[in-house]
Design a protein around this ligand. Structure first.
Ligand code: HEC
Ligand code: HEC
Ligand code: HEC
Ligand code: HEC
Ligand code: HEC
Ligand code: HEC
Length: 439
């Protein structure tokens, strides 16, 4: 599909940037003058992408600077910096496969305008078109989530699949609960946490394509409970499986406290959804009365066992391989999980997990900038544009050290971000303003 757009484009010019050296320079030192030559609207560039700092190449991909020439700009991002799900659902589920994308469409002009009517936004994963076979979630979903019937193959808990249309939501578009796995079609057994979605804005009446963008949908199963819950370790439990070791330990410690109607030992009614009893705002489930939230239970129980370091957090959050924290605060200012969230004890005391999180201006950090909502992911600034549209998701605040995160910014403005080029949206260079005020 990319090819078709590419050759159908009259202004077709291709800049082949050959080796890592150039990629390294352009991604770690965002170019001031653009890549090789200043690309013009409609130009295309081919860039060699690589996955780690050295010798881990991804295939050549083509980035097309399509947007500025058209009348519309499409901005897109993931709601969180990472979506974690269980590798195997046979025994237990902490989190299901559940990804969420957001988008805003702007009609270029003087002034520009955010548009939501007469437009639709479609999403797809060109190299990740199915999930059944890559995850056994569909075998256990009905039982885990108490569904009235089996969950249709490749459909997630909210009824969305791996491609479709986003919902118009006032000032933006979004799709919740995409059942995305970390496995591409082309390599269905190697984890690839920074999956690429293609989003396309179209005229609802004519179907004409108005703008498109390549957006990261981060996803990982890297929970390393195995670091400790292996056979023979904790309380000498040895069941032949990590998950069953955990459930056995949980039954030993807590079975006498299980609430009415939930008294059967967890081992005897697998698969077990932790949020059946422990509230989780990630799933919108309120758990059972008198039982700590899942966040509280987990962080409290492991607080003197796991060190208060990033490596400590990476025991359960993805992870030493995935490295979900990849943003500019970590790469340029050496910040770790603890700097923003505190240690396990502090996290365990969060009265409203997932909904009460650090802000950009906390602890004397960016005191000149105010979020207009409690959560970064819901906040807007300049003319109602979401912070994340310009800066990207939490933990991926641009420029991120993951090449894939930079692709969309290069498509929009030829450098990996944040979105700073006024003429991406304005046709002529506007007067200077504080883009962090909400007006
Ligand atoms: C660094 C080691 C370590 C890691 C990693 C770890 N645990 Fe634990 N976990 C422990 C220890 C030790 C205990 C027992 C604590 C005790 O008995 O006080 C425990 C206890 C538990 C319990 C029982 C709680 C209870 O009621 O006593 C559960 C459930 C549990 N862990 C789940 C998990 C899950 C799920 C993961 C991965 C997401 C995980 N743990 C990762 C060390 C670890
Ligand atoms: C049947 C209900 C139920 C389910 C399902 C359940 N738990 Fe629990 N869990 C409890 C109860 C009850 C306690 C004890 C709470 C207390 O002591 O106040 C507990 C305690 C814990 C604790 C220790 C908290 C602490 O501070 O002592 C952890 C950790 C934990 N559960 C994790 C999990 C995980 C992970 C899962 C999913 C694999 C899970 N639970 C599933 C009922 C449940
Ligand atoms: C033993 C496993 C484990 C460790 C270690 C761990 N977490 Fe978590 N964390 C979890 C689980 C499981 C959830 C999901 C709970 C849910 O679904 O609500 C979670 C959720 C969270 C959340 C979102 C919910 C909330 O409370 O706001 C934050 C933030 C968080 N963890 C931060 C951290 C930080 C920071 C560290 C390191 C200091 C850390 N975690 C270490 C298991 C762990
Ligand atoms: C520079 C600050 C910063 C650092 C460093 C950081 N976080 Fe966060 N984290 C945030 C903010 C801000 C949010 C809330 C995002 C929002 O409001 O939309 C958040 C939210 C979360 C959540 C809830 C889900 C979500 O994405 O909203 C989890 C889980 C989490 N962080 C874990 C971690 C872990 C684990 C680390 C280290 C590997 C880490 N964070 C490092 C700032 C940070
Ligand atoms: C229209 C795009 C846009 C929007 C929307 C936007 N920003 Fe920015 N922001 C920028 C640009 C561009 C910079 C300058 C970056 C640079 O100098 O590298 C910046 C800088 C920042 C800085 C660092 C500035 C400093 O004082 O140190 C923070 C923090 C920040 N933004 C937070 C936010 C938050 C929070 C929101 C939402 C309430 C937001 N931004 C909305 C484009 C935007
Ligand atoms: C992501 C798109 C986008 C970017 C990037 C952007 N703007 Fe805007 N800007 C808008 C929108 C939308 C409006 C609202 C127009 C309206 O309805 O009044 C606006 C309005 C304005 C206005 C007031 C109306 C006008 O056109 O005079 C000024 C001034 C302005 N922007 C300056 C800037 C500057 C300076 C930058 C770069 C630092 C910038 N904008 C970057 C989208 C953008």
């Amino acid at each position: 599909m990319l090819k078709k757009q590419l050759f159908g484009n009259l202004n077709f010019v291709s800049f082949s940037l050959l080796f890592i050296l150039i990629s390294l320079v352009s991604f770690f030192n965002p170019p001031e003058k653009g890549l090789a030559a200043t690309p013009q609207p409609g130009d295309t560039q081919t860039i060699t992408l690589f996955d780690g700092p050295f010798f881990n190449f991804l295939p050549l991909i083509t980035i097309q600077n399509l947007q500025p020439s058209s009348g519309y700009v499409l901005l897109g991002w993931n709601d969180l910096g990472m979506h974690c799900y269980n590798r195997d659902f046979k025994d237990l589920a902490v989190l299901p496969p559940y990804n969420t994308l957001w988008a805003q469409v702007i009609q270029r002009g003087d002034p520009p305008q955010i548009v939501t009517s007469n437009i639709k936004v479609e999403y797809s994963f060109p190299n990740n078109t199915y999930s059944v076979g890559k995850s056994n979630f569909w075998t256990y979903a009905q039982s885990l989530f108490n569904l009235s019937g089996p969950l249709s193959e490749n459909i997630g808990l909210t009824g969305n699949g791996l491609s479709g249309e986003m919902d118009a939501k006032g000032d933006h578009f979004s799709v919740d609960g995409i059942p995305l796995t970390e496995f591409q079609d082309s390599a269905p057994t190697s984890a690839y946490p920074y999956q690429l979605a293609e989003i396309i804005a179209k005229d609802i009446n004519t179907g004409r394509e108005l703008a498109s963008l390549t957006v990261v949908a981060p996803v990982s199963t890297e929970m390393r409970c195995v670091n400790c819950h292996f056979d023979g370790n904790i309380d000498s439990i040895s069941t032949g499986g990590i998950e069953t070791n955990i459930l056995t330990l949980h039954d030993q410690e807590n079975a006498y406290k299980y609430p009415v109607d939930h008294t059967t030992p967890l081992m005897n009614r697998r698969p077990v959804l932790c949020a059946e009893c422990h509230a989780s705002n990630a799933l919108g489930l309120s758990g059972q009365p008198g039982i700590p939230s899942l966040s509280r239970a987990m962080h409290e129980k492991h607080k003197e066992i796991v060190p208060n370091t990033q490596e400590g957090c990476y025991n359960c959050h993805p992870g030493p391989t995935t490295k979900c924290l990849r943003d500019v605060m970590s790469t340029e200012h050496n910040m770790t999980c603890i700097d923003c969230h505190g240690g396990l004890e502090v996290v365990s005391q969060n009265p409203n997990p997932w909904l009460n999180e650090p802000t950009c201006s906390q602890s004397g950090c960016h005191t000149d900038i105010t979020q207009n909502q409690a959560l970064y992911r819901n906040s807007t600034a300049h003319a109602g544009i979401y912070c994340a549209a310009c800066h990207d998701s939490p933990h991926a605040i641009a420029p991120s050290n993951q090449v894939n995160d930079g692709i969309k910014f290069i498509q929009l403005q030829d450098s990996p971000g944040p979105l700073s080029k006024c003429t991406v949206c304005h046709i002529t260079q506007p007067a200077e303003v504080d883009i962090h005020t909400t007006q």
